[in-house]
Structure formats: C-alpha cells, structure tokens
Design a protein around this ligand. Sequence first.
Ligand code: IPD
Ligand code: CA
Ligand code: CA
Length: 265
Amino acid sequence: MVHSALLNVMVKAARKAARGLIRDFGEVEKLQVSMKGPANFVSAADKRSEETLKTELLTARPGYSFVGEEGGKIVGTDQSHTWIVDPLDGTTNFLHGIPQFAISIGLEREGTLIAGLVLNPVTDELFLAERGKGAFLNDTRIRVAARKNMGEAVLACGLPHYGRGDLELFRREFSVIQEKVAGLRRFGAAALDLAYIAAGRFDIYWERNLSPWDLAAGTLIVREAGGYVTDLDDKDDMFVKGHVAAGNPVLHGELLKILKEASKG
Ligand code: IPD
Ligand code: CA
Ligand code: CA
C-alpha cells in the first residue's frame, strides 16, 4: 500500500525503534531468571526507544514539537504540530517477557489529531490512521465491531495501579459490568487496547488515569475505524481528564450509561 509522506515518516521511525525493542526484549526474556531482574534494563530500553523516535521524527519534520513519556516536552519552532509518543506502551508486559506491548505515535495539528500509529514489534501488527482516510492494520482496512448486544461483547479495561486511582469506584463499575458482558480482558497496553477496538477484536474499552501518549494514536485509529472515543462524560477531554471510553456508537453509549449508574454507588 502507498502511504502518504507523513505516514512514511512515522512508519520508518517506528520500525527503527521496534528493532531496538525486539533486541532488548530478547535480553529481558533471559534476565527473568536472574536475581537482579530486568527492571533497570527495561527502563534503559524505554529511553533508547524514545531517543530513536525523537531523532527520526524531528529530523524528518524539523521544528515540530514533541511530547514523549520519557523525555518530557520539546517546544519546537512550529508549535502547531506536536508528536505525542509513547516509546514503550505496556512496560510491565515487556518487563515480564509478555509480548503485548507497542510503540505509539500520534500527531496533533492545532489540537486536532491528524495521524496515528501503533506497532506491536513482536507480532509485527501495524495499526495506522490518517484523519479522513480510514484506519488500517497491515494495509487492510479495519472497522470497529458491529455487535450491538452488550451480552455478546468482549470488553477491555484498565485496573487502578496500587496507590493510584479510585479502587472502590473501579470495583463498583467492574461488578456491574461483569454481569452484562461476554468477556472481560486486561491486557496492559492501552494503545493496543484501542487498536484492538479499531480492528473489531474488542467491542468496548474503558480506563481511567491515562496520559495523552497512551491515547493519542489509538484515539484517531478508532475514530477512523468508525468508532467513538470520549472521556467518561461523553466529551472530548480525554487528554485532560485521563479517562477514556471507546467502542462502536451503540455500545459506547451503553457503557457510559452503565458507568454513570455504577459511579452513583
Ligand atoms: C501503561 C499501559 C497500561 C495502562 C497504564 C499505562 P506504560 O502504559 O498502557 O495498559 O493500564 O495505566 O500507564 O506505563 O506501560 O507506558
Ligand atoms: Ca503507556
Ligand atoms: Ca510507556
């Protein structure tokens, strides 16, 4: 498939960073059995991935601004364009040798998402979208699932981390939702959760306490696949609030209703 120049830039950067992550993931698998464990090694792998992405993206588009999870913010001369990058989404999976992690690159122009890429280096699944041009998985057009019945839906979620987030609220939401759906999954890489919504693998997804780099690319990919992505008040403030709900228009609406009820206690 012929990509636009912009997507080519993103794919080239992601593939280069992916080669480094694959190499490091191989090492991590070996380090599982050592007493020291792979934690420091993984944090270095994460930083290396961000350096590669930053260098590639800013060389190809000098002046663009850059926000990466590991390196904070670079304000470029062109402040209307911002790369929003998670160099390794699913760090805990990576650390444990679980091949469910991704590189996530979003691009915003004047506050509007215009391009998104999510790449799982191990499975080599590349999810791509450009505003107004649809969403793709390895060059095949993807759409959100058409299921309209909650009872048939597979739902993905996040879990509050220890000491962070409202565990009681989550438990209330979880106990209500669990009874209504066909299956629940917690895969541990938000960018891939969104990409799986776009590909129709998951039907709905919700999570709290996320950051723009978890969400930017996946949000555009879901929307270009015909899905809805909002915060939990059905607004577009996910980056500010850090809360997200995604799915096809019908189940997305259902999910928000259920969450609202559950939050009342
Ligand atoms: C995390 C993953 C995870 C989500 C966390 C995120 P990281 O990102 O996306 O699925 O539940 O809240 O922080 O730390 O692995 O880049
Ligand atoms: Ca992340
Ligand atoms: Ca990360």
